[in-house]
Write a protein that binds this ligand. Sequence first.
Ligand SMILES: *Cc1c(COP(=O)(O)O)cnc(C)c1O
Length: 524
Amino acid sequence: MLNNQGRPTTPAAANSNTHRTFTGNKALMVEEPLSFETGRYDLTGVDLPAPKKVKSRLGKMKRKSEIGIPALSEPETMRHFVRLSQKNFGIDTGLFSLGSCTMKHNPRLNERMARLPGFADIHPLQPVSTVKGALELIDMLAHWLKTLTGMGAVAMSPKAGAHGELCGMMAIKAAIAARGEGETRKIVLVPESAHGTNPATAALIGFIVKPVPADVDGTVHMDEVKKLMGPDVAAIMLTNPNTCGIFEKDIIAIAKVVHEAGAYFYCDGANYNAIAGKVRPGDLGVDAMHINLHKTFSTPHGGGGPGSGPVVLSERLAPYAPVPFVRLTAKGLELVEDAAKAGKGMKPFGRMTAFHGQMGMFVRALAYMLSHGADGIRQASEDAVLNANYIRASLADVMSLPFGNQPCMHEALFDDAWLKDTGITTLDYAKAMIDEGYHPMTMYFPLVVHGAMLVEPTESESKASLDLFIATLRDLAISAKKGETERFTGAPYHAPRRRLDETRAARSPILKWSPPAPIAEAAE
Ligand SMILES: *Cc1c(COP(=O)(O)O)cnc(C)c1O
């Protein structure tokens, strides 16, 4: 690679190779410097007409130095960003085995629908009379979500799962306050296997979090819930299927205990893609549940896109749903923005977002639902579970399962017991997967399992792609057990960068770019 001073640099990966290249590039794997390194400051990539002379009012504030934005020609700019985009591992380039995140295929149809000008080009401050179609889409999606979950109401505006949790817990808080118990019900029960956003959400709005220990089979035990339940408990936050990939079989009984004690049942619905079309959370006694549209209904969170976390609410919590919401009146659909005009019996706790939610995500989610149909959504859930079990069963003899070889839901959880005495850790194993062209599974989560490896294939992988993935993991596992330690502890060997010092990067990050030393100095 030549940097801006025309000085070749030495990328580690390229030069550890016997076939050294001058540029540091390895065929299509091109070393990409920062635009600040390749750009020139005395040029510009665009031609703008010279500005008219104006009398400056900046006085002493007038800048003396150049603005410092690098200039690149159009092809240089394009190549820079296209190459950067190619360094991402994405669902479009390979199987994404991350568990708990559901990186599923985002059909191109969704993208086409989201780009329709009537959806893509509207502005949230446009007069409502000009966006009736968008309101209808929000209303139709809300209807699907309520029907699928068997719940009375849905707040569409939260912008991701964690935001939805906040919305649901704020509705619970408002309901408790309305009963005059705001000062006495302060405790929220959260199982140890929960996603970190659950306790964080509860703590953020002033609840005291109490962990519920996991049972030997990875689920929450009724007796533990009973022990902790009391008049001081506001809610339980339960994930189902839980983060170990197991369905909480006592869920109805737990909901009963929770309700009898006067508390609410918040369900983390991030794993809803295992049961959508099969189970209605409303029938399980859930009071509030967020749905990660970007996990369950195939919008591109995995590609770094925005999330969307509508929250379905039971009849008991529906009055507290935040504004804005869409309402059907005799005159058609209207947008309720003002809490005071929310209607009889409605007591919105407030507002979560400036506008109405993630419109692009709504379009994608509805496109996904309509193209699948009710039976298709059910099949997607069944296939997600089937695929995860295929992986579990195909690897059970070479890797270890913390809760025994029992069927899982949409993700298969392994631990690191099988790596004992090999000198190889979960992290090493995951790094070796990178050399094989796979994005590693979720590691060290959930925390209740030692050296956890959580694999979620989703429904969208074919048998052939699962077979290759399984064969790769088997080959790695057998190699680890044979003592081929270097394949793991030194991995990745083939990535543009080798293993990074992640601890140091987190503890003492260098966040400021400094220009390279001038060429004369460097030559000495
Ligand atoms: C992803 C996830 C969340 C948070 O959702 P975001 O959309 O990332 O905010 C919460 N709980 C579980 C179990 C999750 O997997």
